[in-house]
Design a protein around this ligand. Structure first.
Ligand code: ASP
Ligand code: MG
Length: 379
């Protein structure tokens, strides 16, 4: 796999995307340090593939690993913060104890700390604090599992080094204030693999989150501060598609995407990336890939092929569909149009059909002539 020596015309350098990280192959050309983030479904459903990937990458580069909460846990923690329902606590505890016992991790202390938190008054501060347990639990478990594989891994609570600014509910990373601490993390990475909690940080001494999906942002901020070779966002999909592949079966994987277009798509509702993820990445390539298969399907960098992306979300009680990269879409009248996107609004129940229909038009107009399979090669 070819990550580094990124310069100028990357289409030449990266012509072989999507790539596999070759399981059991020779160590690749990755040097220095890479940041690898695993989403909640990876930790829950592709745990061993994630472990093996870290092991493999660590043979040839220093690593910082960033983890999300197990899939579904942040939802449960939100519910727990609102209801303080013991059954929800049981469910969360059970799920983590089961996984922890498989790898011999100790999570009892964290779980009893969570139980105590149920006595806190229902404030936004308490909610953020309760939300922090998802990532703290998965960092503990994942680090222990890496240790079992003979890797010196250390669970790291991001509240000790990621300084935030702004306010609760809308906090951003203060790169300047975080930099000295993050550099220490970089030093640690020369001897061990830090397994860092995504999503959370330190807002003037208090626990705060970066918003849903914020672990991507944690990873890119660390990558940017440490001048990483590359940031890998690993999940249960291979990368960024021309539409959400869970909703649009004919969506196509986009091998190269410009930062600008990815940013606009993320801001307009694309869920594959937290929108702030792209903010700190100054020239550092960002790969998106699937943990289970080790396939990296999309590279986001300064330049990319100009593929349109159809994104959707529910907003103000309406379904909203944005076509990024197109000021118009034949046969559809936008409610808003920018130089590089158009926006459509439909009743929520019509959203799935409308997204598919609009995607079909966009695909027929641009992409149908090639399935880009020629780009699929093994490196
Ligand atoms: N666990 C958090 C969430 O579900 C953060 C993340 O997954 O990136 O939003
Ligand atoms: Mg995510």
């Amino acid at each position: 796999m070819y990550f580094c020596h990124f310069s100028g015309n990357f289409s030449e350098n990266f012509i072989s995307l999507p790539v596999w990280v070759e399981k059991g192959g020779q160590p690749s050309v990755i040097e220095k340090l890479n940041v690898v983030k695993f989403g909640g479904s990876s930790i829950r459903d592709s745990f061993w593939s994630a472990l093996k990937l870290v092991e493999y990458l660590y043979e040839s580069s220093n690593l910082v690993v960033v983890v999300s909460a197990l899939r579904g846990v942040t939802e449960d923690l939100l519910l727990l913060a609102a209801t303080r329902d013991r059954e929800v606590l049981e469910r969360i505890s059970h799920q983590h104890l089961r996984l922890a016992s498989r790898v011999g991790a100790e999570v009892e202390n964290l779980l009893s700390e969570l139980e105590k938190a149920l006595n806190l008054p229902k404030t936004p501060e308490a909610e953020e604090y309760i939300l922090s347990f998802g990532e703290r639990l998965s960092a503990e478990i994942f680090a222990k599992a890496l240790q079992n594989e003979g890797i010196e891994a250390v669970p790291i609570d991001a509240r000790n080094f990621l300084m935030l600014r702004g306010c609760l509910g809308n906090a951003g990373i203060d790169y300047y204030a975080s930099a000295p601490y993050v550099r220490k993390l970089g030093e640690l990475a020369e001897e061990a693999v830090p397994v860092v909690t995504g999503f959370i940080g330190n807002l003037r001494g208090k626990t705060a989150t970066l918003g849903r999906g914020g672990s991507d942002y944690t990873a890119s901020a660390i990558g940017a501060i440490l001048g990483a070779n590359a940031v890998l966002i690993m999940s249960d999909v291979e990368g960024i598609y021309t539409a959400d592949p869970r909703l649009v079966p004919r969506a196509k994987l986009i091998p190269f995407l410009s930062r600008e277009r990815a940013l606009m798509a993320a801001k307009l509702g694309m869920k594959a990336l937290h929108p702030k993820t792209l903010e700190p990445l100054n020239g550092i390539p960002l790969f998106l890939g699937k943990t289970e298969t080790w396939r990296l399907g999309t590279l986001v960098a300064e330049f990319g092929e100009e593929w349109p992306i159809v994104v959707h979300r529910v907003r103000n009680g309406f379904g909203e569909i944005a076509v990024v990269g197109r000021g118009y879409v034949r046969g559809f009248t936008p409610v808003e149009r920018g130089w590089n996107y158009s926006l459509f609004r439909v009743p929520v129940e019509e959203l799935p059909d409308a997204v598919n229909e609009i995607h079909e038009v966009v695909v027929n107009e641009g992409l149908s002539s090639s399935d880009h399979s020629e780009l699929w090669a093994r490196v």
